[in-house]
Write a protein that binds this ligand. Structure first.
Ligand code: GLN
Length: 247
């Protein structure tokens, strides 16, 4: 079936640095290939959806306050999201969304926001609010058997511990913790990252990995995506990477 169904959660609350743009990128790259892309939104007070009916669940980033606001509602979705994940629905998670799929996020005041505990990592913010990981970030990741340098922008106080399968190795910036060697969390059907940007606008390989995963899962066969002309995206990214790594 040439169609992808997406659930974008808390778009009204978790949308730092244009994180919602990631869904525009997925939808654009699908459209260019004649793949239908249906995006539904879910937020506090929405009717409980059938999470397993979606190919992709997306959650963006947000400040501590927004994370607190959505936390009670998110916990109510735990069973549905966990079942969907176990059935193979793809989870794409940015920053605050990334943190809340782990065991917990403890903010700078020591207030603990429960995560869904889907993964073993946990996040603790530095008590000193001035100590944040802020700035551009470049990581080297292995995606579809290829090594790709991915660029983004991070801004988090949270220090994520206990990640065993990171998204990539940090070439510039902080990553999961201050001056960490690794960034994000990666599984076949999960990409979680601190990279805003929005991340997918600069990194077409990640978008295509997600699209490809969803189509393969639906069709049960290995789908080959039509190549798109990504010269502009890749050139822009390279300018940024060169600027950061060559200085
Ligand atoms: N509130 C979290 C932190 O500061 C997440 C921030 C974000 O989503 N950029 O660690």
């Amino acid at each position: 079936m040439n169609k992808i169904k997406i659930l974008h959660m808390y778009a009204d609350m978790l949308d730092l640095y244009g994180d919602s743009g990631n869904m525009e990128i997925i939808s654009y790259r699908c459209k260019m290939r004649g793949i239908e892309c249906e995006i539904h939104k879910y937020s506090i007070d929405s009717e409980m959806p059938d999470f397993s009916a979606y190919d992709l669940i997306y959650i963006g980033g947000g400040a501590d306050l927004e994370q607190q606001h959505i936390s009670e509602d998110l916990v109510k979705c735990r069973e549905g999201i966990e079942t969907a994940y176990k059935n193979g629905t793809f989870l794409f998670l940015i920053c605050g969304g990334y943190q809340l799929m782990g065991k917990y996020y403890r903010d700078a005041d020591g207030v603990e926001i429960p995560g869904l505990g889907l993964f073993d990592y946990y996040t603790i913010a530095e008590p000193d609010r001035r100590k944040r990981c802020i700035g551009n970030v470049v990581i080297r990741t292995e995606i579809c058997g290829k090594s790709v340098d991915v660029a983004g922008f991070e801004n988090h106080g949270g220090q994520t511990h206990g990640v065993e399968t990171p998204l990539g190795e940090v070439l510039y910036g902080h990553g999961n913790r201050t001056k960490s060697s690794h960034e994000g969390y990666f599984e076949k059907n999960v990409i979680a990252t601190y990279m805003h940007g929005p991340c997918l606008a600069k990194n077409p390989e990640i978008s295509d990995y997600i699209i490809c995963y969803c189509l393969n899962r639906n069709s049960g066969t290995a789908v080959e995506l039509t190549a798109l002309d990504d010269t502009l995206e890749k050139d822009c990214r390279q300018v940024m990477i060169d600027r950061l790594l060559k200085n």
